[in-house]
Design a protein around this ligand. Structure first.
Ligand code: PRP
Length: 189
C-alpha cells in the first residue's frame, strides 16, 4: 500500500484528512493472525510486538519518497487513566522504530487524549464518529510547527480516531500529516 499515493486508506479518509502519505502493514480480518497479534500487543502485555512490526514496516517505507519527508512521528495517545492501567501505549515502540528508521523525531507530548471514550471495538459507525469528536487536544504545539508529522496507530476501522487526531494536528501552523498503522480493517468498506 505504501507504494501507492492513492490507496484504500487515502480513499477511506477522502474529504476528511489530506495526508502526505498513508499506509498500513496488514489488512485486518476478524479471527485472523493479525487480530490475534494486536490483541496480544494491547491486552496481554506483549509490548515487544510493536518493535517487530515497526521494524517490518520501517524497512518497507524507508525508501519511499513521501515517507522520507517525515520529520516527526506521533503516536495516537491513550488517556492517562488507560495508560496507567495498560502500562504502556501499544503503539509507542512501533512509532519509535519508525522514527529511528525514517531518521525522524518521536514526540509523544504534543497530541494528548483529554477525554476517555469507551472502546471503539464494539460500536457501530455512527457512534465511533460521535464518540471520537473532541477527545484529543494539542499542547506544546510549537514543537511541530511547519513539520511533516507521521501519525501512528494500531488499527484503522472507520477512521474516526485518525480524523479526530488529524483535526487537532492541523490546528498548528503549516503542519502536514501522514499516517502509518499496523492494520487496516476492511469491515466498513
Ligand atoms: O478507526 P476507528 O473506528 O476510530 O477505530 C480504531 C481505533 O479503535 C481502537 O481504539 P479503542 O479506543 O477501541 O482502544 P481500546 O481497545 O484501547 O479501548 C484502535 O486502537 C484504534 O485507535
Amino acid at each position: 500500500m505504501h507504494l501507492q499515493k492513492e490507496n484504500r486508506i487515502t480513499k477511506r479518509l477522502y474529504g476528511q484528512c489530506d495526508l502526505f502519505c498513508a499506509t498500513s502493514l496488514f489488512y485486518f480480518h476478524k479471527d485472523s493472525v493479525v487480530q490475534h497479534l494486536i490483541h496480544q500487543l494491547k491486552y496481554k502485555g506483549k509490548e515487544e510486538i510493536g518493535n517487530w512490526l515497526g521494524n517490518w514496516l520501517g524497512e518497507k517505507i524507508k525508501t519511499v519518497q513521501d515517507f522520507q519527508k517525515t520529520d516527526i512521528v506521533i503516536p495516537v495517545p491513550l488517556h492517562k487513566n488507560k495508560l496507567k492501567k495498560r502500562g504502556y501505549n501499544q503503539v509507542a515502540l512501533f512509532g519509535k522504530c519508525l522514527a529511528r528508521i525514517l531518521q525522524a523525531e518521536y514526540i509523544d507530548d504534543v497530541l494528548i487524549k483529554v477525554k476517555t471514550n469507551t472502546t471503539q471495538t464494539q460500536k457501530d459507525l455512527w457512534s465511533r464518529f460521535a464518540d471520537s469528536k473532541d477527545i484529543f487536544s494539542i499542547q506544546n504545539g510549537d514543537k511541530i510547527k511547519g513539520k511533516n508529522v507521521l501519525l501512528v496507530d494500531d488499527l484503522i476501522t472507520t477512521g474516526a480516531t485518525i480524523e479526530s487526531c488529524y483535526n487537532q494536528l492541523i490546528k498548528i501552523e503549516n503542519v502536514r500529516v501522514g499516517l502509518a498503522t499496523m492494520a487496516y480493517s476492511l469491515l466498513h468498506n
